[in-house]
Design a protein around this ligand. Structure first.
Ligand SMILES: *Cc1c(COP(=O)(O)O)cnc(C)c1O
Length: 402
C-alpha cells in the first residue's frame, strides 16, 4: 500500500552540520537594499559588532573578518603566521584536521599529522612526545580542530596548551572552532589559544560567506616576524582598521554584517552559558535516542564516550548502504535533510555513515521531530533497531519529574 505524500508543505528541516537553520530575524535583517559603504550606519556598527563577536569567542584580543568560508579562515590563519618551509603539527581525529594540514602543505609548510583515528580524541601524551622531539623548535604551530565535524569528536584544546607549556615549546596553538563556536563550550583566552578560526554558517546562524580569525598578541607578534604576508590575507589592517574599507580589504559583506548583528544579539540575549547548556541538553536527547536504537540492529554512534562527543553534530554508522537509504527516505518523505557521512571510509563504507547537525537555531521540537522522523524511516525501511528511542529523548527534553 502506498502512503500519501506528506513532505510537500510545511517547513523543511536542514539538519546537516552546516550550513545550519537560519533564524527568521537573521533573514529579515538581511532583506534590505545595499547600504552606503562609505558613511553611516554600517560603519558605525562595526566596533560593537567586533566586540560582540569576540565575546562569543571568549577573547579580549583581536578579530579579522574575511569574505569567505571556513577554508578561507584556515588559509588566513596560516598566511599570517606560517611561511614556506615551516613545520606545523596537526593532531587528527577526522577529515577536517587532515584538510587543514593539506591547506598548510599548500602554502609550502611541512604538516606532520598525528593520527588518532576517527573514533578517538587527541592524546596529549603523544602530542607531548612529538613536541619534546622537536628540540630545535622547528614546529611553528599546532593546528587543533576543536570539534571534527566528520567524526563528531570534541577535542580538549586546553590540554594542548597545558602540554605546550609543560614541554616549554613556543609553537602557536591554533584552534578550528568552525563547527563548535556558539555550540560547544570554548574559551579562547582562558584556554590559552593563540589563533582561532570560525565561520558564520554553523553555530552563528548566518548564511555562508563570512569567516573569522581571532588572534592574540603572541600571534600578532608572529605575524610581525613574517618576511611577508599576502595583502588580501593580512589580518593586521582588518583587526585595526584606520578606514572602514580596511576591515574587509574592499567592499564589506554588507548583508552578512546585518545578519550577524542580529545573530549576535540573539546569542548574547540568551547568554553564552545558556547557549552551551541548550546544545548540551539537545545533544543528550539525541544520544539517548541513539543509545535506545542501538540496543538492537546496527545503528551506532561513531563516538562511544559521551565525554568526547560534540554537542553540535552527531556522526552515526549503519550498515552500508542503509545510512544513505535512510537519508533519502527522510528527505523525500518528510522534508528532513540529514547530513552525509564525510571522510569516514572509502567507497561503499562511506555510505554507512550519516550525520545529524544540531547547531545554532535549534530547539526541543526540532530535535524531537528529527528523531521521530528517523524512527519513521527506520521502520519504513525495515532497518532493525531497538525500541524506546523517542521516549528516552522526550525524557531528556522534558527533564525528570519532580
Ligand atoms: C565546516 C567546517 C570546515 C569547513 O568550512 P567551510 O565553510 O565548508 O569551508 C572546517 N572545519 C570544521 C571543523 C568544519 O565544521
Amino acid at each position: 500500500m502506498s502512503l500519501p505524500p506528506i513532505a510537500a508543505h510545511g517547513r523543511g528541516y536542514l539538519a546537516i552540520p552546516g550550513p545550519s537553520v537560519m533564524p527568521e530575524a537573521v533573514l529579515q535583517a538581511m532583506h534590505r537594499p545595499s547600504p552606503n559603504i562609505y558613511a553611516g550606519e554600517l560603519i558605525e556598527m562595526m566596533p560593537d559588532l567586533t566586540r560582540d563577536l569576540c565575546r562569543v569567542a571568549r577573547t579580549k584580543h583581536n578579530v579579522a573578518i574575511y569574505i569567505g568560508n571556513g577554508h578561507a579562515a584556515w588559509e588566513a590563519a596560516l598566511a599570517n603566521t606560517i611561511k614556506e618551509g615551516d613545520r606545523v603539527l596537526v593532531p587528527s581525529s577526522g577529515h577536517f584536521a587532515n584538510t587543514w594540514a593539506d591547506m598548510a602543505a599548500g602554502i609550502g609548510a611541512h604538516a606532520d599529522i598525528l593520527d588518532f583515528g576517527k573514533q578517538s580524541p587527541f592524546d596529549a601524551d603523544r602530542i607531548a612526545e612529538a613536541l619534546k622531539a622537536d628540540t630545535a623548535h622547528t614546529i611553528k604551530a599546532v593546528l587543533a580542530v576543536h570539534v571534527d565535524t566528520s567524526s563528531s569528536i570534541r577535542n580538549d584544546v586546553a590540554a594542548i596548551r597545558a602540554t605546550l607549556d609543560a614541554v616549554g615549546h613556543p609553537a602557536l596553538l591554533m584552534a578550528d572552532c568552525i563547527a563548535s563556536l556558539g555550540c560547544d563550550r570554548f574559551e579562547m583566552d582562558a584556554w590559552g589559544v593563540d589563533v582561532m578560526v570560525a565561520a558564520c554558517q554553523k553555530g552563528l546562524m548566518v548564511p555562508a560567506g563570512t569567516a573569522f580569525v581571532f588572534f592574540n598578541d603572541k600571534a600578532a607578534a608572529a605575524r610581525q616576524a613574517m618576511p611577508r604576508v599576502s595583502r588580501y590575507w593580512d589580518w593586521a589592517p582588518r583587526a585595526n582598521p584606520e578606514g572602514f574599507w580596511q576591515y574587509f580589504n574592499g567592499t564589506a559583506p554588507t548583508h552578512h554584517l546585518y545578519g550577524l548583528r542580529v545573530a549576535l544579539d540573539m546569542i548574547h540575549a540568551e547568554g553564552m552559558e545558556a547557549v552551551w547548556a541548550r546544545h548540551a541538553r539537545l545533544a543528550r536527547a539525541i544520544w539517548a535516542a541513539c543509545d535506545a536504537w542501538g540496543t538492537a540492529g546496527r545503528l551506532q554512534m561513531n563516538v562511544s564516550d559521551p565525554d568526547v562527543r560534540s554537542c553540535a553534530v552527531t556522526s552515526l554508522r549503519l550498515d552500508t548502504p542503509d545510512g544513505t537509504r535512510l537519508r533519502a527516505w527522510c528527505e523525500e518523505n518528510l522534508g528532513l535533510t540529514l547530513g552525509i557521512g564525510l571522510g569516514m571510509g572509502e567507497g561503499r563504507e562511506s555510505d554507512a555513515y550519516f550525520r545529524l547537525g544540531h547547531m545554532g537555531h535549534v530547539n526541543g521540537h526540532m530535535v524531537l521531530g528529527m528523531l521521530g522522523g528517523i524512527e519513521a524511516g527506520l521502520n519504513a525501511l525495515s532497518i532493525e533497531h531497538g525500541a524506546g528511542a523517542l521516549e528516552a529523548a522526550a525524557r531528556v527534553i522534558g527533564g525528570s519529574p519532580e
